[in-house]
Design a protein around this ligand. Sequence first.
Ligand SMILES: Cc1cc2nc3c(=O)[nH]c(=O)nc-3n(C[C@H](O)[C@H](O)[C@H](O)COP(=O)(O)O)c2cc1C
Length: 314
Amino acid sequence: MTRLHTPICDLFEIDVPIFQAGMARYTTPELVAAVSNAGGLGIIGGLGRTPDELRSEIRQVRELTSRPFGVNHVVCQIDQAAVQMTLAQRVPVLSLAWGRAADLTYQAHEAGIKVVHMVGTPEEAGQVASDGADAIVAQGTEGGGHVGMMSTLPLVPQVVDIVGGVPVLAAGGIADGRGLAAVLMLGAQGALIGTRFLATPEARGKGHSKDVILNALGSQTVASRFYDDVMGKVWPGAIVRAVNHPLLEEWADRVQEWALAADQLRPSLEAALDAGDFVLAGESAGLVHDIVPAGELVSRILHQAEDLLATSSD
Ligand SMILES: Cc1cc2nc3c(=O)[nH]c(=O)nc-3n(C[C@H](O)[C@H](O)[C@H](O)COP(=O)(O)O)c2cc1C
């Protein structure tokens, strides 16, 4: 057993405290199963999938692994039919983010499903803890995709202090064993990792999106409401972090015009997303230097963190 086996591993019946973020349509059954087979917890992205698609993803993951896995749903964008299907499938873990969901948490528990709920502030952490979440993800603004405003370093210990013993995972900016070791020192019991898992053969990348991540420095990501304004999404409290792109540069100073010009801008944004030019990713992109099979990545991160912690306790 690894020395990094924290209580959250027993709670979720996994060996390694590394969760792969449920990232909308970027996850594949192969990615989720590879992480779970390596002892971590793979999570299927539910956002943007129809109930039928999601049912098929769950079936495929079950064919590829007998280990626990999760399904992610975004509360402020909820698709009730997809969520009810997820509960009916009695998946091991329901991953939630972006909004309170006390009823859903209750329903999940009734179905024997554990709930892990992601937040971006200490206040939200207190709320989802009182709603009954089994574990809380504290997501810092360094992360990729939709993020809040607080940084991981001050957020994680504040969440740990406020949730009264509910286990906490850290997310945002973690891509290697140094990050995992650091957040364990902050009081987290593990890490939830998104951007790093995009640079695996198993993740679904469009066009040359994986190369964009390999080539980006952390200083080359930007977070703003551009993506949601142009796509017409209402996502309270969120900004979206992506690798900088000519569209973002061109429109950077015209914030008031993003929503007004959405119809004009949307085709260009969608084309750039399809080509893999416009890439949602976090500051940890600057720590990603190779495409590694997801299972290998889990053990690489684990062993680096173990070595660092062993050295520091010598
Ligand atoms: C491309 C992409 C898509 C994402 N989609 C979702 C999603 O559908 N639901 C969700 O809860 N989080 C989503 N996230 C955020 C992750 O859950 C996680 O908090 C974040 O990736 C952690 O930071 P990191 O990217 O630095 O590892 C997404 C992140 C990325 C990079």
